[in-house]
Design a protein around this ligand. Structure first.
Ligand code: ZN
Length: 447
């Protein structure tokens, strides 16, 4: 496949490269899924031309934490106003009715919503596998929608009868969990540059699996050369649980089981203290910051400013659609900017830095130095934002997208493929996918 295109004369290109270069009236030349050049006055005889006038161009956004299956349980009445643990106990019995079709269709809807908001690469955390569901269902969905997926093989092993939160029907035997981790890594994980699918190992949280599984999962992940992911230090209940059950804070617990390092990223980390931030910075442990979910569940404000200043890799996550309840990543980036400001001051998170979290930051957290910036040799994941419309009208700095700018992308390229064109998803017929999701949701409500 030889395919070459030239984005020409964009109002601004926010490269997020090593010098955070911004080009006015710039061009990007892409050949066979790779960025060949970023500059001015570029030219190629064979290139298809994409007119960049009236647009701001950024790297494709990167989402580092999601539970795509929850797209089928948005705004469930009994979970609307509950705290985290009560929220989980309301939703578990509903999720227990899901099967492979629910997993695939909900993932397609969530991935489509992400793509329309400029997201070219996402992680997903699937930690329950009822009625024959498999990680394969989510991976199928990503291939159909056309976005990059870091699928994480989540797990829960401590059910109600053993003193855990989830019903016994949603937990698995630890030996089965590890065996399926090996299967999905061997089947799907692609370690190469430009990989569309990677796999990571991801027990749901320290309170839903045993200490042994946390440790064994880390050993397995390192043996296979894949990354590790879980939820950590999400709220005060989470800290209290750790102190009571493990006699230490979540950061220490993670460290004692091998869960720190550049191959690890933890979701939330709202309640990390100064020593834990230091530990994460020194070890290169990443954080998936999920501001809307933290607001939605009343968990608190993550100390992102302090994490960034200490050198902790931080990316953004929309989190599951039952706790957001949306998957719009550009709005999530705006929320991250606002939340740091309300806690620490208006000068503590600029629009450009928050956009950096959503692009380069996320790519770093997911271990992808081939992505997250617009530079020669990087993969062609590119978002083009229309700044000629109402949201940007009157803006003195349209490149400050998170202050005044569109909430949906105009064009999105993933590995050079035109996944969103002029605001429309090109890869699937979205109304049909939404119809299928509605039918499945109705089926679950009726049972
Ligand atoms: Zn989560």
């Amino acid at each position: 496949m030889h395919h070459c295109f030239l984005i020409r004369n964009a109002d601004t290109i926010l490269t997020m490269d090593d010098t955070r270069r911004e080009l006015k009236g710039g061009d990007i030349l892409v050949r066979d899924g790779v960025i060949e050049a970023v500059g001015k006055g570029l030219y190629d005889d064979d290139a298809q031309i994409i007119d960049g006038r009236g647009t701001v161009v950024t790297p494709g956004l990167v989402n580092t934490h999601h539970h795509l299956y929850q797209t089928m349980t948005r705004a469930v009445p009994a979970a609307q106003n509950a705290l985290l643990f009560g929220w989980l106990q309301t939703l578990y019995p509903i999720w227990a009715k899901f099967g492979p079709d629910h997993m695939r269709i909900s993932a397609m809807v969530g991935l489509a919503e992400l793509a329309l908001s400029g997201c070219s690469m996402t992680s997903d955390h699937l930690y329950l596998y009822p009625n024959g569901s498999r990680l394969d269902d989510t991976i199928d969905a990503a291939r159909l929608i056309g976005v990059r997926l870091h699928a994480t093989r989540g797990a829960m092993s401590i059910g109600e009868s053993a003193g855990g939160l989830p019903p016994d029907s949603l937990v698995e035997r630890e030996a089965d969990i590890l065996e399926d981790c090996i299967r999905v890594i061997d089947t799907f994980h692609d370690a190469s540059d430009g990989a569309m699918i990677r796999v990571a190992v991801a027990p749901c949280s320290p309170f839903s699996v045993s200490r042994e599984l946390m440790r064994d999962a880390a050993v397995l992940a390192r043996d296979k050369g894949v990354m590790m992911h879980t939820h950590l230090a999400e709220n005060d209940e989470d800290i209290a649980y750790s102190l009571e059950k493990f006699g230490c804070r979540p950061g220490q617990y993670a460290e004692s089981l091998g869960w720190t390092g550049p191959d690890v990223w933890h979701a939330h980390c709202v309640k990390l203290d100064a020593a834990e931030i230091d530990l994460f910075a020194k070890s290169g442990t990443g954080v998936a910051h999920c501001p809307c979910s933290n607001c939605r569940l009343g968990s608190g404000i993550a100390p992102v400013r302090a994490m960034r200043d200490a050198g902790v890799p931080v990316g953004l996550g929309v989190d599951g659609s039952a706790s957001n309840d949306g998957s719009n990543l550009i709005l999530e980036a705006r929320q991250s900017m606002l939340l740091q400001r309300v806690a620490f001051g208006a000068d503590k998170m600029s629009a450009r830095e928050a956009l950096e979290l959503a692009t380069r930051g996320g790519a770093e957290v997911l271990g992808r130095d081939d992505l997250g910036r617009l530079a020669a040799g990087k993969r062609a994941d590119i978002a083009i934002w229309d700044v000629s419309d109402i949201e940007s009208s009157g803006s003195w700095d349209p490149a400050a997208l998170l202050l005044a700018g569109p909430t949906q992308v105009k064009d999105l390229f993933v590995e050079g493929r035109h996944v969103v064109a002029d605001g429309w998803l090109t890869t699937v017929h979205l109304p049909e996918v939404l119809r299928q999701q509605s039918a499945l949701v109705k089926g679950v409500m009726d049972r």
